[in-house]
Structures are given as C-alpha cells and as structure tokens.
Design a protein around this ligand. Structure first.
Ligand SMILES: [Zn+2]
Length: 450
C-alpha cells in the first residue's frame, strides 16, 4: 500500500480552473490523493495515517500533477542513431524505409528494452502516464504484456494497444486483434497501472475483411480504439479511392469512434469529418513535433476547437518530453495561423485538462488532476520563481520557466519512482550494456529488410 505525505511544497495546478498554494501538503492513501491543503499538516491528521508511510520534505519545490502523453510509440527507441540508408521523399516512404522495417526487427527482448528506456526517459521528463500504440509484427502475441511488465517495474501508468494492420498478411492482422483482446482481458481483472484499448494502424492499411474480424473478435466488449487518422495524404486518398468515403466516415461506419477512442493526428480531415468527431465525442490527439519532422503539415487545431472537438497532445514517439511537446504545439499553431496571441488557453486545456480527461476515461480513474480521489501521480520540480506565481499566472510559469530538467522527484500511485533525477530500482549501467547488444541485433535485422 502506498501512503505518502509531501510537506513544504508549492502546489501548482496549472489548469484553467487551477490553483496555487504557496506552501502546503499533500496526503495520499493507497495510491489516491486524500487531502491537499496549505500550511502544516495538522497533527490529528497525521494520527490517521498508517505507520510506515513515506514522508517527503519538498523544501519549497513545486508540485505539479504528473504530465500525460496521450499518444506514444515506446517501440521507436531503436530508431535512435539508426542508419536508414535511404532518403525518404514522402510520408509513405518514411513508413516503408524506417518504421515498417524497424517494427519487423523487434523481438521480445527489444520490446521489453524499448519500454524500459522510453519509460525511463518519460519518467525523467515528469511524464507519469503513457497511452502507447505498439507494433512488433514478428513478436505479436504477448507483446503488450512484455511492454507492461517493463512499465510496471518502472512505475509508469500506461494504456497499451497493438496496431492492427494488413500490411504483414491477414493472419497477422488477426493475431494483432487477438493480442489487443487478450491484453484487455488480462489487465481488466487487475487494479494496477495497466489498462488496454484496441489499436489500429490506420485506415489505409486495414481492409474491410479485417474490420469484420475486429467486430467478431472484440464482440460486445466496451473498448476504445486507438487510431492514426489522416496523418499523411495517402490515408484520405486510399479511403476515397477504395471505399468511396473519407477516412473518418469509414471509421465511424465501422463503429470505431466514441468518447473512449482516440483519433490521432487528423491533419487532412475536412469539416464534415470534424463534425463526425464532434458528434461522436471522439478526442483528437495532435503531435506537432512529429508532424513537422515528417513534413506532413500541421493539424487544423483552430477548426477542431471551434467544431467542439476535444484536443489532446502526444509525442508520437518523437520524444518522451511533454514540456517540449506542448510548448512546440503552441508555437507551431501560432505560426500556422499567424496568430501571435492565439492558442494560450487552448494549449493549457489540451495538456492539463483534455489529456487528463482522455487518460481518466481510458483507465477508469481520475488521472492528471490535483483533487481528492485522483490518483497520486505528481512531480516535484526544483523551480525558482522570479515573479509572482498565482492561479492566473501558473501556466505562464509552467510554459516559460519549467522544463524536464527541473524534475527532481516523480511519484506514481503514491510511490516514489524518481528521486534526485534518478529512476529508482533500475541498474542503468547493466541495462545500457544489454540494450546496446540488442540494438546491434535489431539493426542487423533492419539492414537485411527491404
Ligand atoms: Zn503514432
């Protein structure tokens, strides 16, 4: 059981309805926040805490809710430093040259190590929850449990899915669906850090036959779908050409949209598709750094917001750093729309409210909020504030003053998982040694694939 008391913290909840407590305390029982208040913890309150609880003197550090990454690919780890050997001319070539060769090169050890290193990177950046979209076509069955084992060992809250696709044959598409269903059943019985949803790569690599198999295998289970939508122009072109309808319409007709699903990217969608996303209350997750890196354009966030679509933010595996990501989301939107004062409150809500709503829906717990009953996932930053820090100015301090390198302590589920910038419970030197061996094997396989 994780009972925890943090004292002498500057408590900052940078949501639009947030608050700042200059010096206060937070008490967590069994992994959930029980109380947050200013001043010193009353002695009668201490008497109610079971013996053996963990006590932290924050020494004036700033406490924030742990950051949430609403779209991640842990498996992207071994792309770091890889030699692709080709120059990709468009998005489809980026997929064929890099990602669809890398995912076929990953076996069990590489999947586990990817989750370990990407998970450690995330924690060190203050990210406590990850919504991941996984692919390892030559190790499908059991892959989500392998990732989950690593993330549980680290103490990262996670929602996993396997990206179903036809691109490696129909049997493997079926294996992918079964892996999603298997993992959802496995974690459904537990009350731990793991949750599941059903992943689909993207409309353009999924046939109607696979959608039919999805219906049969998922059955009446109440699940959310994690979908790449119109990331590159190829997705809309394929859907219109082969199915006579736009991507979002196709996904809606297949029954894949809804409050617990995620439509990721949505760069090429039109007004009719935003209308469908709004009516079905399907959140969109945007990933602007990845989009710019791939040269695929930027999502129309202004149109999404005015269409009443909930917009969350993810990194798409480009990095593990949500501070960097939401900062870039704001400047990229100001650049796209030539609005030097725009998007301030939109980005604040996307990062600190919409991502919280998304992860809360997917996990069945209140995540990403500083309130009684929410999970005790918080971070302590060694931040010196040069100007008044109030509820009104809090997001300004988070945006311009705080960063991943200030994250000193990370707490997930009421347990300390990072202290003094170090991820606890791991032998980094031996992991590094082992990972380098795996990288060489992965890259050798990668080099042999076309
Ligand atoms: Zn993605």
């Amino acid at each position: 059981m994780s009972d925890l008391l943090i004292q002498n913290a500057r408590i900052v909840y940078p949501a639009s309805d947030g608050f700042v407590i200059d010096r206060g305390w937070l008490l967590a029982r069994d992994g959930f926040i029980e109380a947050i208040a200013s001043g010193d913890v009353p002695s009668e309150r201490l008497l109610t805490v079971p013996k053996g609880y963990t006590s932290i003197d924050a020494r004036g550090m700033t406490l924030l809710p742990g950051l949430l990454n609403a779209h991640m690919h842990l498996y992207s780890l071994y792309a770091r430093g890889i030699s692709v050997g080709r120059e990709s001319r468009d998005f489809l070539e980026v997929l064929r040259d890099l990602w669809w060769r890398l995912d076929r090169s990953l076996l069990k050890d590489a999947c586990w190590m990817s989750a370990m290193f990407s998970g450690m990177d995330s924690l060190r950046c203050g990210t406590t929850s990850i919504v991941d979209h996984h692919a390892s076509p030559n190790f499908v069955t059991g892959s989500l449990s392998t990732l989950s084992d690593a993330l549980v060992a680290l103490g990262v809250r996670h929602v996993l899915s396997y990206e179903v696709t036809d691109r490696n044959g129909m049997q493997q598409a079926r294996d992918g669906i079964e892996e999603n269903v298997r993992f959802i059943s496995e974690v459904g019985q537990q009350k731990g850090l793991a949750s599941g949803m059903v992943g689909l790569h993207a409309s353009f690599t999924v046939s109607d036959v696979t959608l039919q198999a999805l219906h049969e295998l998922v059955g009446s289970r109440d699940v959310g779908y994690h979908l790449h939508v119109a990331e590159g122009a190829v997705d809309e072109q394929d859907s219109i050409g082969r199915h006579g309808k736009r991507v979002v319409q196709r996904l809606a007709d297949a029954g894949l949209l809804g409050e617990r699903s995620l439509a990721v990217h949505c760069i090429g969608v039109d007004a009719s598709e935003l209308g469908i996303l709004s009516r079905t209350r399907t959140p969109v997750v945007i990933n602007t750094m990845s989009n710019m890196n791939n040269g695929v354009g930027l999502p129309a966030m202004r149109d999404m917001v005015t269409s009443n679509v909930k917009v969350g933010i993810g990194t798409d595996g480009y990095s593990a750093n949500m501070f960097e990501e939401f900062r870039n989301t704001l400047v990229s939107m100001r650049h796209r729309y030539a609005e030097p004062s725009g998007f301030w409150s939109e980005i604040q809500r996307s990062q600190f409210e919409h991502n919280a709503d998304i992860v809360s829906h997917l996990t069945g717990r209140t995540v990403g909020r500083l309130e009684k009953g929410a999970v005790a996932d918080v971070i302590l930053l060694d931040y010196a504030s040069p100007t008044p820090l109030t509820a009104a100015s809090a997001f300004g301090h988070v945006f311009f003053g705080m960063s991943a390198d200030l994250v000193d302590t990370v707490i997930v589920d009421g347990r300390i998982v990072v202290r003094d910038h170090h991820v606890l419970g791991v032998d980094r030197t031996s992991l590094e040694k082992e990972s380098m061996k795996i990288a060489k094997a992965v890259w050798k396989t990668f080099d042999g694939l076309t």
